[in-house]
Design a protein around this ligand. Structure first.
Ligand code: HEM
Length: 161
């Protein structure tokens, strides 16, 4: 798979915008800022929703209400993460595509966590109607938190390879 992606990565890395990001002094840190701002929104809203499923914190709102109120911010955060992540990737695509931590993060952990997130967000409508959530909802919230922690752990390992 690595070799079939390489021509695309070479092309991507040679585009004018990717070259500009790589060679400019300020572009790469600025795009990191975009990626990290999106991450704050995405992971922050996920943490609040999952902790409410686990029964941690204020119970003034049900888990379903928390989910509904954070829904738009959650997905705005995700779009920002993907935009920033894609631009960071494009700057050095041929290096990232062979980086083991990047491959684990993007090829395995992000898809798994994303599918689980969509499932939990969908099920929270039903689970989150009462103040107390069922045990299955608590387990689902805990699994989701652990999945995103593993994504972040893989991501911070990227520069070590
Ligand atoms: C949605 C889940 C995601 C999470 C939780 C996440 C998390 C992170 C974190 C914590 C870092 C900082 C690593 C460090 O420098 O210590 C990072 C960097 C990075 N991310 Fe993401 N990311 C996500 C999605 C993406 C996507 C979708 C892409 C690409 C399309 C991407 C591409 C990158 C790249 C290229 C870096 C720079 C790595 C480096 O320091 O060289 N990320 N990400």
């Amino acid at each position: 798979m690595q070799s079939s992606l390489m021509p695309f990565c070479r092309w991507l890395q040679d585009t004018s915008w990717a070259t500009a990001i790589r060679t400019s002094l300020y572009a790469y840190p600025f795009i990191q800022l975009i990626h990290f701002s999106g991450l704050s929104l995405w992971l922050g809203t996920i943490a609040v929703a999952d902790l409410r499923l686990l029964g941690v914190g204020s119970r003034r709102q049900t888990a379903g209400q928390v989910r509904d109120e954070l829904f738009a911010w959650n997905w705005i955060g995700f779009c920002t993460v993907v935009l920033g992540g894609f631009l960071l990737f494009s700057a050095q695509a041929t290096a990232y595509v062979v980086n083991p931590a990047f491959r684990v993060k993007l090829g395995m952990l992000v898809p798994a966590a994303l599918v689980w997130h969509v499932f939990v967000q969908w099920k929270t409508r039903g689970w989150g109607q009462m103040s107390e959530t069922p045990a299955i909802a608590k387990l689902a919230g805990l699994i989701e938190l652990l999945l995103w922690i593993s994504v972040v752990t893989a991501a911070v390992e990227i520069p070590s390879y």
